[in-house]
Design a binder for this molecule. Structure first.
Ligand code: EPZ
Length: 432
């Protein structure tokens, strides 16, 4: 087990290089199993979710080779269809993309139901299964597994209208439809940058997908996907996380390797808070010299403000002048992290999917426990801004989605170190 020890209370100065997008990479790796030939994927982030998914592909018989730390070559020509076991699927929610990929290529899929970040509520996949059934698959869920089989051996193109805007369902259905027979039209889809990235990856491998990034995606199925090379987009949320750190701590940091368009919704909100942002080619120069100003945030599907940034913004708003309100319209209970902030002196009230944050003059270091990926990142920000020492445990959550977080924080002047601690003894209830 590892914990981070952070000495906070000083502004940040320096440069940080943004890695490839986690939520693109965790979909593109499963998509690569559909390709009969070598896929060269560049700008792949070095995070534990990527390593886990590459391991699943290897277990299914794909050849996986790192050309360099950020470029992997996957050849799924000889991949054998098989069950994706619970011990793999439970550790990474994106393992559910194996369903659409295996069903699309082989007409058959058998995948354990996913795990991933628990926001206190359920994380259903009913829209994914609705799409597979519409494409002509028989889908059963039993014993913690989803088993799907295309009637007649191959999926057939159709029209699907999603009941809910869902990133996962949009991507999973797009994967399955990319090798179905005929045209599939998917409406009311999600439009996040990583959805466009997955569509662009598939098209570079010979798929025929149009409209990704708009409300309607059209997929003309092809019988086979061949090999090719693709570079993953930079991570909008990682970049936003470091922007929020500057907002909370003050200072000036150059955030390198971003796509400015993807940052618009985050940059706009930061400017409202008194953060200065200058766009320089594929970088943002982010600085905060004066006081942090309160604002309201409503987390919505793209191009709205991303839910995956609301915990990080909450950390900064704890130190803003005035009262801020954050509403998360995507996840109904994604505010568990606020309990940890309160232990640092934050003044926050949570009511369902709404948090009211009354800014305070300072936070003080405390012992913190990460409860999910972005909550862990938010605790890092709060610890960097707080006076004194903080210790953060359960950092494996953070390392699922942030490459070299220690090195990157040190590069901008943050004082942080990782310490190994003995595995915690499981607490055995004294009850009978
Ligand atoms: C993806 O999760 C991301 N994960 C999440 O990021 C992100 O918070 C979320 O999209 C929203 O942007 C990955 O990409 C691996 P959804 P996903 O399906 O696909 C409901 C992170 O921090 N819904 O868009 O699981 C659902 O309950 C992670 O990187 C259904 O009702 O999210 C939620 O309220 C955390 N039925 C809403 O839709 C379904 O079948 C959006 O969920 C699917 C979803």
């Amino acid at each position: 087990m590892t914990k981070y020890i952070v000495e906070g209370g000083r502004p940040l100065f320096g440069e940080v290089h943004i890695s490839g997008a986690k939520n693109a990479a965790v979909a593109i790796i499963p998509a690569a199993l559909m390709v009969s030939g070598p896929c060269r994927i560049e700008n792949i982030p070095q995070i534990s979710d990527v390593k886990l998914l590459l391991g699943i592909l290897q277990d299914l018989g794909a050849n996986v080779r790192y050309v360099n730390p950020h470029t992997v070559e996957i050849d799924s020509t000889k991949l054998r269809n098989g069950r994706v076991p619970y011990e793999s699927a439970r550790r990474c929610r994106a393992s559910y993309y194996m369903l659409g990929a295996l069903l699309g290529r082989f007409g058959l899929a058998d995948v354990a139901l996913p795990g991933g970040c628990d926001f206190g509520g359920t994380r259903p996949i009913d829209q994914h299964l609705k799409g597979f059934r519409a494409l002509g698959a028989q889908v059963d869920t039993q014993g913690g597994f989803v088993m799907a089989e295309a009637v007649g051996g191959r999926l057939k193109g159709t029209s699907i209208f999603l009941d809910k805007v869902s990133v996962g369902a949009t991507i999973n259905i797009m994967l399955a439809a990319s090798m179905a027979e005929g045209l599939t039209v998917i409406e009311n889809v999600a439009k996040e940058p990583h959805i466009v990235d997955v569509a662009n990856f598939l098209n570079s491998m010979g798929a025929n997908i149009m409209g990704a990034g708009t409300d309607v995606i059209k997929v003309r199925g092809v019988p086979q996907l061949r090999g090719g090379t693709y570079s993953i987009i930079p991570d909008q949320i990682e970049a936003g996380t470091y922007m929020a750190a500057v907002a909370a701590c003050g200072g000036e940091v150059k955030i390198c390797n971003i796509i400015p368009k993807h940052m618009d919704c985050i940059s706009a909100k930061m400017c409202e808070m008194g953060v200065d942002i200058q766009e320089v080619d594929d970088s943002l120069l982010v600085s905060r010299i004066g006081p942090l100003i309160r604002t309201n945030i409503k987390a919505l599907p793209y191009p709205g403000f991303p839910t995956d940034m609301q915990p990080q913004m909450a950390a900064a708003l704890c130190l803003a002048q005035g009262t801020s309100i954050i509403t998360d319209s995507v996840w109904s209970s994604r505010f568990r992290y606020t309990d940890e902030f309160k232990r640092m002196g934050a003044q926050i009230q949570v009511d369902g999917n709404l948090a009211i944050i009354e800014g305070v003059d300072r936070l003080t270091g405390a012992q913190l426990e990460a409860c999910d990926l972005r909550a862990g990142a938010a605790m890092l920000i709060a610890a960097l801004a707080a006076r004194g020492i903080s210790e953060i445990t359960n950092v494996q959550y953070i390392e699922r989605g942030y490459e070299d977080v220690i090195g990157k924080i040190r590069a901008i002047g943050g004082r942080i170190r990782a310490v190994e601690i003995p595995e915690e003894e499981p607490v055995i209830s004294s009850a009978g």
